[in-house]
Ligand binder design. Structure first.
Ligand code: PLP
Length: 407
């Protein structure tokens, strides 16, 4: 008799974005003349860089000729892309990552979600709270948690990130094997320093733990002294897997290209405490379940590293960061405490009230949409997330409306 995976029954329906959509639609019906400005969604709004488009066109033309047509590519990604990644994203920052330690994929969402598959079911998992929900839900599906109670799953260690601790998780004081870290963080927008990251690397080394490091927003880091990769920290190669994405870096949210780094020394342990390497296992998993990213998309991603591509990507990110700066200035003027916005497109505002109440009031009074922090975990329930993914004009008008309503 066919049965479903019982762990899927523990999952909580994610009402966040559907609830937001329903409230917007209700508001629009009642206020047809109010233009809605969306500062809620974390999706790129600017067109792909011209260098990427040119490379993609060229690759499409190649696919249209028998002589240059390409069928299945290497599951790990074409060497032309992996070599550029190794050189620009790692060697240039003093981090040694070889091209064959890079696995090109169609998204950091899938990779952060899938990686836990190669780890034991008994793995004790720690996540920040608030959290990008994929880390939690995929561990629920894998059967690593108990029931959902008071906004949290049993058997997961939640690491609170609030105004009180500068939105940075403290080292766990219970046994954990797997730690999810995300910097710059979604949703809080906080970045981390090399010193802080070193503490995590040391912790993982001492506790035989593994760090899954999500650096999907590294392109927004403005301060060159801050780490863009965990491999800038000595000793990280043994204890950390890193996830990167072209989604936010170069507007690939609809084009799909990302990559995961699994260094050859990166290890788990067998029951006797002997190291077992993760690279061959992830390679096995990736090549069994994935057949590679489309050739024209990999060519477009490669173009991100060209001289023109680098300039264009920087200009787009700079524009988003101008929006972030505009939001930060308004929050300063209104006296709201917030995190993020300096090295991240997200501004995490202490709403000083229930996040859904604030969401409703903001929509009613201004027509501006934010994301209620409650959707990211119990520690988010008094915060809202504002996103810089929009045009400057829209952000500026949204801020003017907010000043008028809340100032
Ligand atoms: N990781 C974080 C922290 C994110 O916020 C997102 C998307 O919003 C992703 C990963 C997903 O990236 P991708 O588009 O590569 O799947």
């Amino acid at each position: 008799m066919i049965r479903i995976n019982p762990h899927y029954k523990k999952l909580q329906a994610s009402y966040l974005f559907s609830d937001i959509a329903a409230r917007i639609s209700d508001f629009s019906q009642k206020n047809p003349d109010t233009e809605i400005i969306r500062l809620g969604i974390g999706d790129a709004t600017r067109a792909l860089p011209a260098a990427c488009i040119a490379a993609m066109h060229e690759a499409v033309d190649e696919m249209g000729q028998d002589a240059s047509f390409r069928g299945y590519g290497p599951e790990q990604g074409y060497a032309f892309l992996r070599e550029k990644i190794a050189e620009h994203d790692f060697a240039a920052r003093g981090a040694q990552i070889a091209a064959d330690e890079i696995f090109v994929s169609d998204g950091a969402k899938c990779d952060t979600g899938n990686f836990q598959e190669i780890l034991a079911t008994e793995t004790r998992v720690a996540v920040p709270d608030p959290v990008y929900p994929v880390y939690v839900d995929t561990n629920v599906m894998a059967g690593r948690t108990g029931a959902f109670q008071d906004g949290r799953f049993e058997n997961i260690v939640y690491m609170p990130c609030t105004r009180e601790n500068d939105y940075l998780p403290d080292l766990p004081d219970t046994d954990v094997d797997l730690i999810y870290l995300c910097f710059p963080n979604n949703p809080t927008g906080t970045a981390t320093t090399k010193q802080t990251l070193s503490k995590w690397v040391d912790f993982a080394r001492q506790n035989k733990a593994l760090i899954l490091y999500d650096a999907a927003y590294e392109a927004f880091i403005r301060d060159e002294t801050l780490p863009r990769s965990i491999y800038e920290i000595p000793g990280a190669r043994e204890v950390a897997v890193e996830f990167r994405s072209f989604s936010k870096t170069a507007g690939f949210t609809g084009t799909r290209c990302a990559y995961t780094v699994v260094p050859k020394e990166c290890r788990a342990f067998d029951k006797n405490g002997s190291p077992e390497m993760l690279h061959p296992l992830w390679n096995r998993r990736h090549s069994t379940k994935f057949n590679g990213v489309a050739y024209p998309v990999q060519r477009a991603a490669e173009a991100v590293y060209s001289e023109q591509g680098q300039k264009q990507v920087k200009a787009i990110i700079d524009d988003y960061m101008k929006n972030a700066d505009r939001i930060c200035r308004e929050m300063d003027a209104l006296g709201y405490s917030y995190a993020g916005g300096k090295h991240s497109p997200y501004i995490w505002v202490d709403a000083r009230t229930d996040s859904w109440n604030f969401f409703n009031a903001l929509l009613e009074k201004t027509g501006v949409v934010c994301t209620p922090g409650a959707g990211f975990g119990p520690c988010g329930s008094r915060y809202i997330r504002l996103s810089a993914f929009n045009s400057y004009d829209n952000v500026d008008r949204a801020m003017q409306r907010i000043r008028k309503a809340l100032g």
